[in-house]
Write a protein that binds this ligand. Sequence first.
Ligand code: PEP
Ligand code: MG
Length: 958
Amino acid sequence: MVLRVATAAPERDELVMKATRYIYPFEEGDSDDKQLLGGKGSGLASMTQMGLPVPPGFTITTESCQQYYANGERLPDGLMDQVRAAMKELESKTAKVFGDACDPLLVSVRSGAASSMPGMMDTILNLGMNDEVVVGFGEAAGNLRFAYDAYRRLIQAFGAIAMGMEERRFVEILEKAKEKQGATFDNELTQETLEAICNDYKRAVKTDRGVHFPQNPWTQLEMSIEAVFASWMGKRAVDYRREFRITPEMANGTAVSVCTMVFGNMGDDSATGVAFTRDPGTGENVLFGEYLTNAQGEDVVAGIRTPKPIAQLEQEMPELWADLQKVRHALEEQYHEVQDFEFTIERRKLYMLQTRNGKMNATALVRTSRDMVETGVLNREDALLRISPDHLEQLLHRRIDPSADAEPIARGLPASPGAACGRAVFNADEAEKQGRAGEAVILVREETKPEDIHGFFQAQGILTSRGGKTSHAAVVARGMGKPCVVGAEEILISDRERMASANDRQITEGDMITIDGGTGTVYLGEVPTVDPEFGPEMKTILSWADEIRTLGVRANADTPEDAALAREMGAQGIGLCRTERMFNAADRLPIVRDMILAQTAEERQKAIDELRPMQKADFKGIFKAMEDLPVTIRLFDPPLHEFLPSLETLLLELGSLKRARDRLVDGAANPSSVEAVLELSLKESLPAIEELGVELPGSGGKLVIDELIEEKEALLRKVRETAEVNPMLGHRGVRLGITAPELYKMQLAAILEALAELRLENVNAVCEIMVPQVTEREELVRVRRILDEVREEVEREYGVTLDFKFGTMIEAVRACVRAAPIAEVTEFFSFGTNDLTQAAFSFSREDAEQKFLPQYVEMGILPENPFEALDIQGVGRLMRLAIRSGRSVDPELKVGICGEHGGHPRSIEFCYTQGLDYVSCSAFRVPIARLAAAQARLREERRSKEELQHPDYPFNVF
Ligand code: PEP
Ligand code: MG
């Protein structure tokens, strides 16, 4: 706010009053200043200034809202004076008078913050009516029925929003009146019924609130402005801002737009609708939307009547269809962005009531980005920047398997693509409760309202039986990228009984259902789904991203199949191949166990020799799949106990076996008989013997059960021996590699033999060998020594010279601090930010997310889950230190990241600003990372030097 400071106290108040401009008529506001005018106010100003038909009005600034809160929730002094003056202007523009009993000016009071928060705050229409005005207004309009309809809507909205009435009270009165008159839809109500409803509404207000619905239009206006300001801190709005991370810098308070009312419910030559300049579901370059004749805006959004597709307007009102086409082009030319707008047709004249950037799903974002570049509306850079990388995730959504033999039980409108499966729940609270408990749920409602938003957050998908593609459910689900089917009218829902039926099939709360938001189909049960595919538009966009980005993108992949997928997704190499993942295969685990349990060096070597050809085959497969691209193979990392049964399981099994033996000895059965043991195992609910993992010896007189017990006891001894209090900080990674070198020797030999054989097969394998858990230079020196010995042997045996890089994970705090000496003996660093985050916070990465982290984030102690979004000021600082130190020794040092953060857009941006060479993430996130890497470069280039060096620049960590 601009406050001029005067010297003398008496003059200061006067100056403040004069200097604080709370109001801008649509003709005057700076339409680029969304912060001041809010999104709606800025859109109305810009459309007015473009010459589009906007009803006259003005916007009360967001600063007034800030003042309202600074004043202890009281309107700022002088605001209402300015409102009165602005209303006077409106009166002269419209030649009507506010509160006039003959031809009154009526206005809407609408909320609108700088960041769009659809449906989260309040709006009141038809303001300025009272018992007298309604008659004059009806007579002037030549339609008393219509006037009473507008009046009842005012009392309902005003009562709920400005007077705190329960919406339910009005709905009950309305439903009763409909029933009495035998009407199905609101527009069938007669003037008499509507008049009676108005009276019942007013009585309900008096009964519930103890005061009358205010008859004075100025009181209505003042209370409405206050109510809109108050809705900024309403639960819905606060929840929404928290979920979508809308910070005060992005939006601080709501503006209030006061706009002359126009009516889409003045008869069949009037209508109201919402439309997008392009299809927000597919991106197709056509006007998309819906309208209702003889209706007010809220009817479309609330989905009370199912609206008509906008294309029908071409037949119904061709000249207005043509007007809308002109508006569509004008809006895109102005905004260089798809617009989502509201319009009203009052007696065949078009009025624009709102425009904002259209929320689209990823398919549409990608397609419109490509199309708008091709037609010159956007350049490539802007086209890339408008696609949020998170949105791309939607394209990774699954679809119903086309070969699945499933019959839909109902069909609705496809409102937001993707297939989702979950238990049906019939209210938002339940969806939230079950969702938070980890259950997959589908929120099923007749229609949704903004107060259901918390249920959306936790649901896998949304299904409604009413409403169109621009109904609340559709718009919100699309914005969130959640699968959604709306208007499935065959489904009859009873949320009180928590059940639904569709074509004789019942859905009871808790039943599994599947919805396909791409086709609008609904199925009972869990239907198989398939992976998505990238279309040509996506490929084009990603090829532009590849041209722009300088940060490499690799994938974390452990098998040849993963590697092939990574390549398909555009990975430029493998940044992390976790070799231990291969050890868990069914045919290998017993050998790995033999290796761990071996009593002698010979026994251990025997198991290791068995593993070696298997590992070699794995590596060859991966190198081949990634021919010409680098593959970073990490040597064995986890603690050994991960491959052994747990102590608890072993103790339980042993207990059962011993009890069984005692029973056998007591009884007559012969303990040497396999059948007897098996039979007993059934009776005693002893785990089936095969499940105990022990091969049954032949029944040649041996004491089968004693042998089993002996083997289990040996295993138990070994498990006890290897047990550690903190295994994640224990005998693992390079520490194991050095103290039990046979394992690393075997892995290194398998890697190098694979390389040598591929060389002979003329396959260009590009290999990087990486050591995990390093904290000290000397560890690497020792592994390198083993490597050099193995290399000599392999080169001699195969008669080739091998080429590869040798590097280390940086995942211990000490490795960051001692990065300079470490860089002396390595050619690359790869940040293992999963472990580094664990180490930096001393938070267990296995447990923290289930225990306290969500609360920490909710309580605002941490802004985000640091295992998901890189903690820039903590872990990021450590990374920066390591990069600087490492590169001070070796300026060519290659640096990457292979923790989960390598696929997180904002973390990727940080990595780019710190000069990393590449990020590595799961194959499915590779496209996201490619886009995020391009955006990181574009954003940095668009910032000035001062901005980049400013302490508030979030990626400045020192
Ligand atoms: C890491 O710690 O970030 C990492 C990539 O290794 P892992 O997740 O296998 O511990
Ligand atoms: Mg790790």
